[in-house]
Design a protein around this ligand. Structure first.
Ligand code: ADP
Ligand code: MG
Length: 822
């Protein structure tokens, strides 16, 4: 949904203008204008956010222009559309001080820009690129001219690449590590797997590694992605006897990685998943009494700490993929460091791909670094010669070009998310069908977080002889998962990243340019089994000038409310003194404390309240937890946990096939009768499904994804179990829709918005213009006041999952937060 080109996401007008949009024309237009007019640029908004080819600099530039523009507009506007409610002054003051400061800075920054830059921000880029093109030695595809002639029709808009550099391979002796013969005669599958294990780069260092673990309590382990860290180290530790003393736990930042790696290791150890080897991810525990090697998400280990603060049942903790620096991994660093001091018998391993090792060592009191060489072949790096207007089209064209012109070998394409992957998959299939039998078989394998596990396994299946596999992956394939046999990488240069504005407390998921470090990791994926090639769908100029060196750690760009609540319930009171590797902005910390206070989870002294303690039991965002805890009061916990489960699944509940969109939309209308709002519609969907005894047929008929519903049911079951734990009775109040709505408001009162004269909305807390998402049941109804679940930024700032509210509820439910305007 974050991607604008899909019909479902935006209205027709936007799509039309996006279709017509071309980057080149946009630049021309801007050049003709010579001077950047503030207002014009603001009106380019749908283009700016609609086309992900924008550099971060551009986005930043745009952002502050919009800020200036909005401030100017605001200062000239009459007071009347502020609404009858306003914030208590204490909330407002800080905001406006900041805003003023930022305004002054923005203006200064604009003044400081050289006049040339103001006239033509692209001049520098053009000159540099001209120069590079002149120097270009190798033109993509130039060699196989003959072959390509037959396929000319495929490439209406073929992309020019220049080879700019080579990512050097690792220095090692090939034959020594040559894969054991593929001769499978007389060998069992298990035996073959054992041979595969021995062929991994880490195997050579097995004994050295075990010695290092014996000698040191904390060890940083650094090795190339795919060398066997995640799958092998826990097994080595098991073989060396560490599992006799307790479990070996290994954290992963991603759910899919935890599941897939656990499955692989269970296979290698010849057991069933969930027995000796298990995994634990939110809402899904696949472990048993027997489990000694446990893979889990970093978030799950954090939750386990709530119940077992010394991690007493573990003998070793491996914080894996440490370089990803997810919020929860960062928090774990501080906590496990402390536990290791208190528990000399606990071994702590921090494992990372090749980045930032010294930083980890510094943080863990100069822990030794165990570095072993990888085994990567060199990879040629090619850039496009000009910016691409549409990276998805460019990716498709590049894949087809590779398929037709390049020697066999699998292709890995990095895309920002599920939506983009599905769109590219569909388009590729369509184009291939058009080519008929003229080309070799191309097997398309998607991989993303919500993909069902049966399909996840498919990416690891060996490619049949004479065919080529193309894996369409999110960032998960950057370092968490290694797929053997990849020879070509296509890197559009984007990933989906959370960004958070601590001032307004708003969080959005944006398609954002990756960092140089990420680009290098992606490139490396092409050289695992032979020399490879990486096609970057951006210019070398973009690479050198627009990409940051490293990805900003998540802790510095996210809403901290949920981890702050966890830390508070772990008894960590002074958060400003917490041992952070990179501290979050204090503004964001304060903001999250404020929110938790507003939700009643903390008292004035910043201590956890009874409600807060209950909220912390739920593995959910504090606003959702609050909604559940408060449903006790409104006697509708039964309904509220259904809604919470459905909200946790989100839009993937609906299924809207291209040729049946009208049918799908009609089916949806049944649930929105009476304009009940999206939350209640979710409840109706859940209950109707339950009434049919969880029928699959019913889902088909209503264009609802069975898989998502089953997951919602699992989540709901667990929430029900948690209700019991916090001593809330399951009570039902199905006919009192307003009670249900009040529970929602009690959790989400900071997310309210009021209708404006022009049909847009204005958020109450920090005035900002937003819109109801077109997929919402209320998008045509436009109630005067709404509470929303989430904001997403696509072509506009959209509110997702919206319910109407009565403004007097705000005073009733959150008098500490809202007051009547006098
Ligand atoms: P690292 O953690 O160092 O990046 P891994 O332990 O994840 O390396 O991977 C080692 C090897 O195991 C790789 O060659 C990879 O292809 C293989 N592997 C990992 N998971 C699976 C799986 N689910 N199915 C098949 N092979 C896998
Ligand atoms: Mg790994």
């Amino acid at each position: 949904e974050e991607f604008v080109r899909r019909d479902s996401a935006v209205d027709k007008g936007d799509i039309e203008s996006l279709r017509k949009f071309s980057w080149q024309e946009y630049m021309k237009k801007r050049k003709q204008k010579k001077v950047l007019e503030l207002k014009d640029d603001i009106e380019d908004e749908p283009y700016l956010f609609g086309d992900e080819k924008l550099t971060e600099r551009e986005i930043r530039e745009f952002r502050y222009k919009r800020e200036i523009y909005e401030l100017i507009k605001k200062s000239t506007q009459e007071e009347d559309n502020v609404g009858e409610y306003r914030m208590p002054d204490a909330y407002d003051q800080q905001g406006s001080v900041d805003q003023e400061k930022r305004f002054a800075v923005s203006v200064q920054r604009y003044r400081d820009m050289g006049s040339a830059e103001k006239m033509n921000p692209f001049a520098e880029q053009e000159a540099w690129e001209d120069h590079q093109i002149e120097n270009a030695a190798l033109k993509f595809g130039a060699k196989n001219k003959e072959v390509s002639d037959n396929y000319e029709f495929v490439f209406e808009d073929q992309i020019d690449f220049i080879k700019a550099s080579v990512l050097a391979g690792d220095n090692y002796e090939d034959e020594m590590h040559a894969k054991p013969s593929q001769d499978s005669a007389g060998k069992s599958a298990f035996h073959m797997l054992q041979e595969d294990r021995k062929a991994l780069p880490i195997y050579t260092y097995r004994d050295q590694l075990l010695n290092a673990v014996k000698d040191h309590q904390v060890l940083i382990i650094v090795g190339e992605t795919g060398s066997g860290k995640t799958t092998q180290i826990p097994q080595y530790l098991h073989e060396a006897g560490y599992t006799k003393l307790g479990k070996v736990g290994c954290t992963q930042p991603r759910r899919v990685a935890a599941m897939s790696v656990a499955a692989r290791v269970a296979q290698e150890m010849g057991g069933k998943l969930g027995h000796e080897v298990g995994y634990s991810i939110r809402f899904e525990d696949c472990t048993s009494e027997k489990t000694i090697l446990k893979y889990m998400t970093d978030g799950m280990l954090l939750r386990e700490l709530l119940g077992e603060p010394d991690l007493g049942s573990y003998s070793v903790i491996i914080v894996d993929e440490a370089h990803e620096r997810t919020l929860r991994t960062d928090i774990l660093f501080g906590l496990v460091k402390d536990i290791a001091r208190a528990r000399p018998d606990l071994k702590l391993l921090i494992s990372s791909a090749t980045m930032d090792a010294e930083k980890f060592s510094d943080f863990f009191d100069q822990a030794p670094i165990f570095r072993f060489p990888g085994r990567r072949y060199p990879v040629d790096i090619c850039f496009t010669t000009a910016p691409e207007a549409d990276y998805m089209d460019a990716a498709i064209t590049t894949v087809l070009t590779i398929h037709v012109k390049e020697p066999l070998g699998d292709v890995l394409v990095f895309l920002p998310g599920q939506e983009e992957i599905e769109a590219v998959e569909e388009n590729l299939k369509h184009k291939i069908r058009g080519l008929g039998t003229k080309i070799r078989e191309l097997i398309i394998c998607p991989i993303y977080a919500n993909l069902p596990s049966e399909l996840q396994a498919k990416i690891f299946e060996p490619t049949p002889e004479g065919a080529r596999k193309v894996v369409l992956a999110t960032n998960i394939a950057e370092t968490s998962l290694t797929i053997d046999g990849i020879k070509y990488v296509v890197d559009p240069g984007f990933s989906k990243m959370k960004s958070y504005n601590p001032r307004t407390g708003m969080e959005s998921l944006l398609v954002t340019p990756i960092s140089k470090a990420s680009a290098t990791q992606r490139t490396g994926r092409a050289g695992r089994t032979s020399p490879g090639k990486c096609y970057r769908l951006y210019t070398a100029f973009n690479y050198y000038n627009d990409l940051e060196d490293n990805t900003v750690p998540e802790i510095q760009r996210t809403n901290l409310a949920s981890v702050v609540l966890s830390l508070k319930s772990l008894g960590i009171h002074n958060l400003l003194n917490f041992d952070f590797m990179d501290p979050p902005p204090s503004e964001a910390l304060i903001k999250s404390l404020e929110l938790l206070f507003a939700l009643g989870a903390l008292n004035q002294l910043g201590e956890l309240t009874k409600a807060g303690r209950r909220m912390a039991e739920f593995p959910l965002d504090p606003m959702l937890s609050k909604m559940i805890v408060v449903s006790d009061k409104y006697k509708c916990s039964d309904e509220i946990i259904s809604i919470a489960a459905m909200l946790s699944i989100g839009p993937s509940i609906f299924y809207r096939p291209k040729d049946k969109q009208v049918h799908a939309d009609n089916a949806m209308k049944n649930f929105h009768v009476g304009n009940v709002g999206d939350h209640i519609a979710f409840l109706k969907i859940y209950n109707s499904w339950k009434e049919t005894n969880y029928s699959t047929q019913w889902c088909y008929e209503n264009y609802i994804q069975v898989r998502s519903m089953k997951r919602a049911r699992d989540i709901r079951d667990q929430l029900e179990g948690l209700l019991e734990r916090v001593e809330i009775d399951v009570s039902s109040n199905a006919n009192e829709l307003d009670s249900i709505r009040k529970s929602i408001v009690a959790g989400f009162f900071p997310h309210t918005a009021k209708l404006q004269k022009n049909g847009s909305y204005r958020t109450v807390k920090h005035p900002q213009t937003v819109h109801i998402h077109p997929a919402s049941g209320l998008s045509q109804v436009l109630p005067r006041w709404v509470v929303y679940h989430q904001l997403v930024l696509t072509s506009k700032e959209y509110m997702r999952q919206v319910t109407e509210l009565k403004p007097e509820w705000l005073i009733e439910i959150a008098p500490h937060y809202y007051q009547l305007k006098d």
